[in-house]
Design a protein around this ligand. Structure first.
Ligand SMILES: C[S@@+](CC[C@H](N)C(=O)[O-])C[C@H]1O[C@@H](n2cnc3c(N)ncnc32)[C@H](O)[C@@H]1O
Length: 410
């Protein structure tokens, strides 16, 4: 199939991104106008269909006009399901979980603008996916300054081919981006287009002092935040959550459904009390983000009882702890079991957050060392010659995640 020149669509995309306040720098605009997204979607995409299914559409099977409409829609486009399936391998709608995609240009361009690159900066991109965002980086910075890493060999091979076809022979690596890519380090910038539970310390080690790391953090599929941290001379990093962000997780960290009988798991609680706040709050973005900070290993599960009542749970499989919630006329009751009172920890943070007029996700600050990740809201900034440091007695909220085994070899 020979496609018509997509220059008008690229220009229209740049106009929309600019109108939305996402595209600001003329050099990024030049990249958006130059990189043909459609060439990064080969062999095709899966579009959402009825009943949670996915409709396969291939570049070869679609009308050229339709294909360009899909390619330049403001949508993320799933390109692989369940770690293997591509749209040329099925003719019928299928179920499955997206495991690779071309992220919507609104998000991609917003992130690369937030990266604050200079002309000669080197960038490590984690999660090559289709290679579209890699191509934008290459256009802006030159292919020698971009290293991109993708964990899935088939996805990496397709991205590599598309990058070559569009004229960007960059350093595309197949491997686990959670480890970074030490061979080309140190980088001025690290950007992740997959979500991580926390920023791997390997990325901090592989970033130059003054360099920026930008990544979506959190362990749920929602309630995740875009962390932007600057690396200090002493090997620590600090910054804040600059907004909401949602990405598929790094493969090894993707949430897995809980197995087993939920009611059996929660049959023998240690305590029972009225909840001070409704657990339904956890369906909202910022409370969900705070819950993940308070109980990073926990999963929030919704189920329906035999009487049709809504049942909500928090489970932390690693720490063998649970909180089970039921609602009646007097409100929500929480029953907790296991060594960690999950809801006590989550609720304490949520009450403080509610008392403080519900500050936005962008008030959350973050400090990373090789031994711990500390998040907080409130406090004051102390500046020394070498670095500035957020600290203070008056943290409204503070969570410290200690790493059990710091990996100093990465
Ligand atoms: C949302 S897609 C990336 C979108 C891409 N930047 C684009 O513009 O097309 C996320 C990608 O991250 C990859 N990924 C997941 N875990 C990874 C890991 N540990 N290291 C490197 N890549 C990973 C997935 O295979 C997937 O292709």
């Amino acid at each position: 199939m020979s496609l018509p020149d997509s220059a008008p669509q690229r220009q229209a995309l740049a106009d929309r991104l600019k109108a939305a306040g996402v595209l600001k720098d003329p050099k990024w605009r030049a990249a958006v106008e130059a990189v043909p997204r459609e060439l990064f979607l080969t062999p095709g995409v899966f579009l959402p269909a009825e009943g949670g299914r996915w409709n396969p559409v291939t570049a070869l099977g679609a009308e050229p006009k339709e294909w360009l409409e899909i390619a330049y829609s403001d949508n993320s486009l799933a390109t692989q399901l369940d770690g293997h399936l591509t749209s040329d391998q099925t003719a019928d709608p299928v179920t499955g979980v997206p495991t690779s995609s071309s992220t919507t240009p609104m998000t991609v361009v917003g992130m690369i603008e937030d990266l604050e690159v200079g002309d000669d900066h080197t960038v490590l991109e984690v999660g090559t996916g289709t290679g579209y965002s890699t191509a934008l980086l290459c256009h802006r910075l030159g292919e020698d300054n971009v290293t991109t890493i993708e964990v899935d060999p088939q996805v990496a091979a397709r991205a590599d081919a598309a990058l070559e076809e569009t004229g960007f022979s960059t350093w595309a690596v197949t491997g686990d981006g959670l480890l970074g890519h030490p061979r080309r380090a140190p980088y001025d910038r690290v950007i992740a287009t997959c979500a991580v539970r926390r920023i791997p310390y390997a990325w901090v080690r592989q970033t130059k002092p003054g360099g920026i790391i930008l990544a979506t953090v959190g362990s749920w599929t929602y309630g995740t935040g875009l962390a932007k941290v600057i690396v200090n001379e002493d090997g620590t990093a600090e910054g804040r959550i600059i907004g909401r962000s949602s990405f598929m997780h790094a493969r090894a960290q993707a949430p897995t459904p809980l197995a087993g009988d939920l009611s059996a798991r929660t049959a023998y609680p240690d305590t029972e009390r009225q909840a001070k706040l409704p657990p339904t709050l956890l369906q909202e973005w910022m409370p969900a983000f705070l819950a993940q900070l308070a109980a990073p290993g926990a999963q929030f599960v919704r189920a329906t009882g035999s009487d049709g009542a809504q049942l909500l749970y928090l489970f932390d499989a690693e720490r063998e702890s649970f909180a089970a919630f039921t609602e009646d006329a007097s409100g929500w009751t929480v029953r907790q079991g296991g060594p960690v009172a999950l809801w006590d920890d989550v609720e304490q943070g949520l009450v403080a957050w509610a008392d403080a007029d519900q500050p936005d996700i962008s008030t959350v600050r973050l400090h990373i060392t090789d031994a711990a990740h500390t998040y907080w809201i409130g406090g004051q900034k102390i500046s020394t010659k070498r670095r500035s440091h957020w600290i203070g007695e008056k943290h409204m909220l503070r969570w410290e995640h200690r790493l059990t085994k710091p990996r100093s070899d990465l």
